[in-house]
Ligand binder design. Structure first.
Ligand code: 6GU
Length: 233
């Protein structure tokens, strides 16, 4: 799967792209991530890509020209059909079903904006899928784009090994439960011990204990998941 990221801060992605699971997927040719600097499509001597809003007000607005021209060129650059995603707090909220939807195609073009947003004509012309990662304010869409890439690449075939399989993940379709408590060595740490059942070797009992734990934890912390309630999108 190919990801193209359009940003004013390409250097923010270098650490993320070098991390283990993603790096391994890139090295194995399963995932291709290209980061583009929006400023390369700026016009004029000042390399301007944002400007003050008409009508006044605080902050800066991403200019229509550089964004539209960058997206057009990047889409043309490869015949693989791309789905266009604009990272914006005005978008529909990212949840696992949305992640699954985004992972269905061969290519995503992700455009990162600054908080004050894009000139409306970017949206009018390109009709992107506008996505927000939650109800809080980020300085820009870069971290959100990394969240999208991180969540989507896990679903690309062969990226995860069998042991890391995503089918049992919390929030994946068919599973709306939180993970249960997990333990590893040592058996006793400062008097806190591992539940006996996990040491019993009784696989049936362990599976039952874990399922009960998951349900109890979900009921306590995220009752909305049990009700099948998805909330506002
Ligand atoms: Cl996609 N962008 C910004 N600036 N803030 C956000 C967001 C995106 N999603 C949640 N908050």
């Amino acid at each position: 799967m190919r990801f193209d990221v359009l940003t004013l801060f390409p250097e923010m992605f270098s650490g993320y792209l070098g991390q283990s699971l993603l790096k391994r997927a890139i090295d194995r040719g399963l995932v291709d991530v290209r980061v583009h600097n929006l400023r390369d499509w700026s016009q004029g001597r000042h390399q301007q890509v944002d400007d003050r809003p008409f009508g006044g007000g605080p902050g800066m607005v991403m200019m229509v020209g550089p964004v539209v021209e960058a997206v057009e060129q990047i889409c043309r650059d490869d015949v693989t059909p791309a789905r266009l995603v604009l990272l914006t707090p005005q978008g529909r909220r990212l949840r696992q079903p949305v992640v699954e939807e985004l992972s269905g195609g061969p290519r995503l073009v992700l455009v990162c904006g600054r908080y004050e947003g894009f000139d409306q004509r970017v949206v009018d012309l390109l009709q992107p899928d506008e996505i927000s990662i939650g109800d809080y304010v980020l300085n820009g869409g870069e971290v959100a784009a990394m969240v999208v890439i991180d969540a989507v690449m896990r679903l690309v075939p062969h990226v995860l090994g069998h042991a890391e399989s995503s089918v049992d993940d919390s929030f994946s379709s068919g599973n709306r439960l939180l993970e249960c408590a997990q333990y590893t060595r040592p058996r006793d740490y400062r008097g806190l011990t591992v539940p006996e059942v996990l040491l019993s070797g009784d696989h049936e009992a362990i599976a039952q204990w874990r399922a009960a734990q998951s349900r109890a934890r979900t009921r306590q912390r995220r009752a909305d998941l049990l009700e099948g309630e998805v909330g506002p999108t």
